[in-house]
Design a protein around this ligand. Structure first.
Ligand code: SF4
Length: 404
């Protein structure tokens, strides 16, 4: 008698948790999500998915119940599953080696190979800002690239920074300068060193200084200005008109904490609308309801990201693409993978210690959804990675699916 095997196609991501099945076609974005009530079907699926990489079993169609056959047909229609007659077929397992794997990076003894993963550095300047919002000043940098009003006497030491960075070959794509660069005395030392790299600047809008743009040239640069509420409409318009006249590439990022801020934003009369505008929610420790309403996701949002490729899923299993490849330099000359995690060292430390020891032992780059409740959820590796919002709100899941 001919043998036959039933298998899940290698491009299909499969999860069976707490009687819930998810089959996701990473080529088309088609999906099957069901809670399995039928005992036989549940047993059958457990057997099929037991070896979660190969997902193949011997198969005799007539021996299966109607429920199982109906389920198989549904999967076949979406090209997720097939039957092979003859010898056991060779299947590519649903796994791949990703470069972002911690084990792989730990096995490398060349510091240059580890540093080759770093593509963005964030230079956070010290000194003051005209922003009067204390929570933003102390906490903004933990959520987005907002100036950090720490110890006013401290500021990043440009010479030390450049000396430290020059010791390593970083394949940098972006440099972000965050804070009051208008009044930072060593601005030119830093930007001249990075003249071949795209530099993005982030500052609070009331720190804006016209003379800064008169005295410098800005090819390969862009400028983002943070605006909180209530805001100074006259100053915003003055700034827009100046930047437009100077042909500066800029955008405005409006920080909203509530529906009231959103309404104020809607009534703003900007003299020129022809530039990038972003609306960014800011968690101020008192507005979790606003976040529930506007930031928390549900299962529909997960699939609205577009087709989720298997590469994306593998990457979500191993590392955090929002955090991976970034380093922060803070005004106290300390280095971080992210300001929400412990420091990796300071500018005077040896890069072997900073990268090989401290960075690879720091959870930041590898912060995945391994913890509960995400560990119990079928969307665990389809969901966007843990973000700074998760860390400041101290909640692993910013979704409406689990209320823990
Ligand atoms: S529980 Fe976690 S993985 Fe599941 S939808 Fe919520 S955030 Fe995403």
């Amino acid at each position: 008698m001919n043998k036959s095997f039933l298998y899940i196609e290698p491009y299909v991501y499969s999860v069976l948790k707490n009687k819930q099945i998810l089959l996701y076609n990473t080529l088309s974005g088609d999906k099957i999500i069901e809670t399995i009530k039928d005992k036989n079907l549940l047993l059958f699926l457990s057997k099929l998915l037991k070896n979660n990489k190969l997902r193949i079993i011997k198969f005799e169609e007539n021996k299966n119940s109607l429920e199982i056959r109906k389920f198989i047909d549904k999967c076949k229609q979406l090209f997720m599953l097939d039957v092979h007659f003859g010898e056991k077929p060779f299947l590519i397992p649903f796994e791949t080696k990703v470069m972002y794997d911690k084990k792989y990076l730990k096995s490398i003894d060349s510091i240059n190979k580890i540093s080759s993963q770093i593509n963005q550095i964030n230079i956070v300047l010290g000194k003051s800002t005209f922003c009067k919002n204390e929570i933003l000043n102390s906490n903004g940098i933990r959520q987005f690239l907002f100036p950090y009003d720490c110890d006013k006497k401290k500021d990043i030491d440009a010479i030390k920074l450049i000396n430290a960075i020059s010791k390593i070959k970083f394949p940098l794509k972006t440099i972000n300068i965050i804070g009051d660069y208008f009044r930072y005395s060593d601005y030119k030392i830093i930007t001249e060193h990075f003249s071949s790299i795209f530099i993005s600047h982030y500052a609070y809008y009331l720190d804006f200084e016209e003379s800064f743009f008169e005295n410098n040239t800005f090819e390969n640069n862009n400028f983002t200005f943070w605006i909180d509420f209530p805001c100074d409409e006259i100053n915003i318009n003055k700034m827009i008109s100046f930047l437009k006249k100077k042909n500066i590439d800029f955008s405005l990022s409006f920080l909203v904490t509530s529906d009231k801020d959103v309404s104020e934003l809607e009534t703003l009369k900007l003299i020129n609308a022809n530039f990038n505008k972003n609306i960014i929610p800011f968690y101020n420790k008192h507005n979790i309801d606003f976040f529930k309403e506007n930031v928390f996701i549900d299962d529909k949002d997960i699939f609205e990201q577009g087709v989720i490729s298997n590469k994306q899923i593998f990457s979500n299993m191993q590392s955090n693409k929002l955090f991976f490849g970034k380093l922060y330099f803070l005004p106290d000359n300390k280095i971080y993978a992210n300001p929400n995690f412990v420091s990796l060292g300071n500018l005077e430390n040896d890069w072997t210690d900073i990268l090989q020891k401290n960075l690879l032992n720091n959870p930041c780059w590898f912060k995945t959804r391994k913890m509960k409740p995400c560990a119990n959820c079928i969307y665990q590796y389809l969901c966007p990675p843990i973000s700074n919002y998760n860390l400041v709100i101290e909640k692993g899941n910013l979704c409406t699916l689990y209320h823990l």
